[in-house]
Design a protein around this ligand. Structure first.
Ligand SMILES: Cc1cc2nc3c(=O)[nH]c(=O)nc-3n(C[C@H](O)[C@H](O)[C@H](O)COP(=O)(O)OP(=O)(O)OC[C@H]3O[C@@H](n4cnc5c(N)ncnc54)[C@H](O)[C@@H]3O)c2cc1C
Length: 444
């Protein structure tokens, strides 16, 4: 194993594992607050960008350009070293992390201070057929794929006379009624409905959109009343919302639900929750029963003063609800990152750290163009007002002025021109044409 040429070790070295919400915001604040001789910063992430996940449904729906909702780490972090690779283990007893870069051998990186921020991954179940046919909705690749896939299914359905093929192509199943699932389904259904005007062979009644949720409600983040409203709104649009229902099989794309329903579906999206990044288990840091790294209210790791943790991968005590932990969401991640960075600065300067405290402000969700639901600071909104609040809130939150301008430009263009509804699924297999041509040449 190679040993990484670490930055100068005359100054303390801060290693940040993950360049998402927590990782990027922590690094941004550290580079702003620290003097050049106070510490060096390294951020390790397999991607070279941070993803603003709340905008993924709008990317899938084609309201926003994919490149406008990601923040290039090297551009915004000129004072940090950005390494693209996956941290595969952390030996905190020896202050060493092992990184597997995109290519080349694994390297060991030593550090003085550790920030664990690798987030979460989709929480799946051992349901037959799920791994083969399902897809998550957590990253930019999945959002782009789903957009192309859904539009591709419309093209396929419009180009066949086989009723069974057409029905399968036009059946879309989403499992999990949290934010990601509901917003992704609502936005994609809205996009597909709009795209039907270019497919005179198809009508809205030919499409079947199904939301499967194991509990008795959806969108728990917006409260009971707004959750019930969302169910009604989706059903009014013809979406088949099934509460208290579980997926039991998806073998050969045949969907089997535990209420006895069976049907074929060309699309299966799994958004039934997240779990802490499995990297946590390859560290010697203390974990709780769910596999989260145990944090103190100062965002240090329990029992390790020089290791910090925040975001979806940590169990951070919620001081506003004694005995509970902060939910895995962006609202906490951004605020925790700020406190975490300030506590690192305080540690370096021999000052006192402060505890993290934030009471949850509520949530906003988009349900397609001009439709939404919100419950913020006790105020409940729905329809256009909630949708407008969703857009303005996230515009104010998306990092950097550059991104904000690009997002506004996308929305403004969409006001004057219809959104593009063309399937570019071929970009996922760019060599297919060339391989076909080469094969034909050889055969000739
Ligand atoms: C579709 C969707 C919509 C959402 N909408 C909302 C919303 O409206 N409001 C809200 O509050 N929250 C929302 N969330 C949740 C929010 O995005 C997360 O809670 C937040 O991103 C958590 O921040 P994090 O830094 O812990 O993880 P992330 O932002 O996911 O960052 C983790 C980073 O770690 C990197 N990484 C992973 N493994 C490794 C490794 N082994 N080594 C190095 N790096 C690694 C990843 O590439 C990633 O960049 C949404 C999430 C999704 C998926």
């Amino acid at each position: 194993m190679a040993t990484s040429p670490n930055p100068s070790r005359t100054t303390p070295h801060i290693l940040i594992v993950g360049g998402g919400y927590v990782g990027m915001y922590t690094a941004l604040r550290l580079q702003r607050r620290l003097r050049s001789n106070e510490a060096t910063i390294t951020v390790v992430d397999p991607q070279s960008f941070m993803t603003y996940q709340p905008f993924l449904p709008e990317v899938a729906a084609g309201h926003l350009e994919a490149r406008h909702v990601v923040v290039p780490l090297r551009r915004v972090l000129p004072k940090a070293r950005v390494l693209n690779g996956r941290v595969v283990s952390v030996d905190h007893a020896h202050h060493v992390a092992t990184v597997r870069p995109a290519s080349g051998p694994a390297t060991e990186i030593s550090y003085d201070y550790l920030v664990m921020a690798p987030g979460s991954v989709s929480r799946t179940l051992p349901i037959p057929g799920l791994a083969e046919h399902g897809i998550g909705f957590k990253n930019i690749a999945e959002a782009i794929h789903l957009r192309n896939h859904v539009l591709g299914r419309l093209d396929a359905a419009a180009s066949t006379d086989d009723e069974a093929v057409r029905r399968r192509a036009l059946t879309f199943v989403f499992v999990g009624g949290g934010f990601a699932g509901v917003e992704a389904l609502a936005e994609l259904e809205d996009m597909a409905r709009g795209a039907l005007k270019y497919h005179p062979e198809l009508g809205p009644q030919d499409m079947r959109w199904v939301l499967v949720e194991a509990s008795d409600r959806i969108l728990p983040e917006v409260g009971d009343r707004m959750g019930r409203y969302t169910v009604e709104e989706l059903r009014r649009r013809g979406i088949d919302v099934r509460l208290n229902t579980r997926l039991t099989s998806a073998v050969d794309r045949r969907i089997v639900l535990d209420d006895g329903t069976e049907f074929e579906a060309g699309t299966l999206v799994w958004t039934a929750g997240v779990k802490p990044n499995p990297l946590n288990r390859s560290t010697d840091l203390p974990l709780d029963r769910q596999g989260r790294i145990v944090a103190t209210e100062y965002l240090t790791v329990e029992g390790a003063d020089d290791a910090f943790v925040a975001g979806d991968c940590g169990a951070v005590p919620d001081l506003t609800r004694p005995g509970e932990y902060c939910a895995p969401n962006a609202q906490h991640a951004v605020r925790q990152a700020k406190r975490l960075a300030d506590n690192i600065v305080a540690t370096l300067r021999g000052k006192e750290r402060k505890a993290y405290r934030h009471s949850y402000a509520g949530s906003v969700a988009s349900l397609g163009l001009y439709r939404g639901v919100a419950h913020v600071y006790g105020v409940k909104l729905r329809g256009f007002a909630a949708w407008f609040m969703h857009r303005t809130y996230h515009l104010s939150r998306v990092p950097t002025v550059n991104r904000k301008v690009r997002v506004v430009a996308d929305w403004t263009l969409a006001l004057f021109f219809r959104r593009e509804t063309v399937a570019l699924g071929g970009i996922e297999r760019p060599r297919a044409e060339f391989e076909l041509a080469s094969g034909q040449d050889r055969a000739a």
